[in-house]
Design a protein around this ligand. Structure first.
Ligand SMILES: [Fe+2]
Ligand SMILES: [Fe+2]
Length: 249
């Protein structure tokens, strides 16, 4: 059953729900297109194999969670991403979908709350998983690139830049895991300083005034300062953030 957007709910791939896990969000299913999703499994109840098998049998490729429980879903995914990416039973395309989606969500959360140390730590873990995954699955990038959306959101852009950077480095024969992690972390968080700038400037369409430009140009330094204060990123990753708009001259 294809996922369609339903007001008040968010469609998530069924493959992102792990058997024998406990979720902090309610799982809903759509029994017929056009009908509102109905509760299938209440949160905090274990998702037993039978629960999943029934959904697979009924060809629910996607399930629905209430929009207000998205943060709980994102946390759940980053907690389980290693297992999802390592699952031999999941198609590569689905793993890529879950990874791309969770990275976007995490960066969106970080832009909302850049001082959260917990979110920052999770972004490091997610990059580590991404680097592992992209190193082991040589076709991952091919699938990830199909998911790339070209909207103007900073979180989408950040995930795209991170994935492209890791893939480009690998293409240039860099397989050093520590270097790829630095690169992945720096690029994923490179625009985090935009969270310090008024949305009337960052979301502005069309040319900026001189004053708006002056403020906009501060975002690499703001980002560097936020990340430096957290003390979680190494110097190479911090360099990526601080210098990402510098040109060779
Ligand atoms: Fe930037
Ligand atoms: Fe950027």
């Amino acid at each position: 059953m294809a996922a369609s957007s339903v007001q008040g709910f968010r469609a998530i791939p069924l493959s992102s729900i792990r058997m024998d896990s406990v979720t902090e969000f309610d799982i809903h299913i759509q029994t017929r297109p056009g009908l509102p999703p109905v509760l299938y499994r209440e949160r905090r109840l274990p998702v037993t194999p039978v629960v999943i098998e029934k959904l697979v049998e009924q060809r629910h490729h996607h399930v629905y969670i209430p929009a207000e429980q998205e943060k709980e879903y994102r946390r759940y995914i980053t907690d389980h991403i290693e297992a999802i990416l390592a699952d031999p039973g999941l198609p590569l395309s689905e793993k890529c979908e879950v990874l791309y989606d969770s990275a976007q969500g995490l960066v969106a959360d970080i832009l909302d709350d850049p001082r959260s140390r917990e979110l920052m730590a999770r972004s490091k873990e997610l990059v580590a998983s991404t680097v592992n995954f992209m190193s082991q699955e040589q076709h991952a990038f091919r699938y990830l690139i199909q998911l790339v959306s070209y909207d103007y959101y900073t979180y989408t852009h950040s995930v795209n830049v991170s994935i492209f950077s890791i893939a480009l480095a690998q293409h240039l024969d860099c397989f050093d895991v520590a270097a790829l992690r630095d690169l992945g972390e720096g690029t994923l968080l490179h625009d985090v300083g935009k969270s310090m700038i008024d949305p009337s400037i960052t979301l502005h369409r069309g040319p900026l005034t001189d004053e708006q430009w002056r403020i906009m140009k501060m975002h690499p330094v703001y980002g560097y300062e936020i990340l430096f204060d957290h003390g979680l990123l190494g110097p190479a990753a911090l360099d990526v953030v601080r210098h990402h708009h510098e040109k060779l001259d």
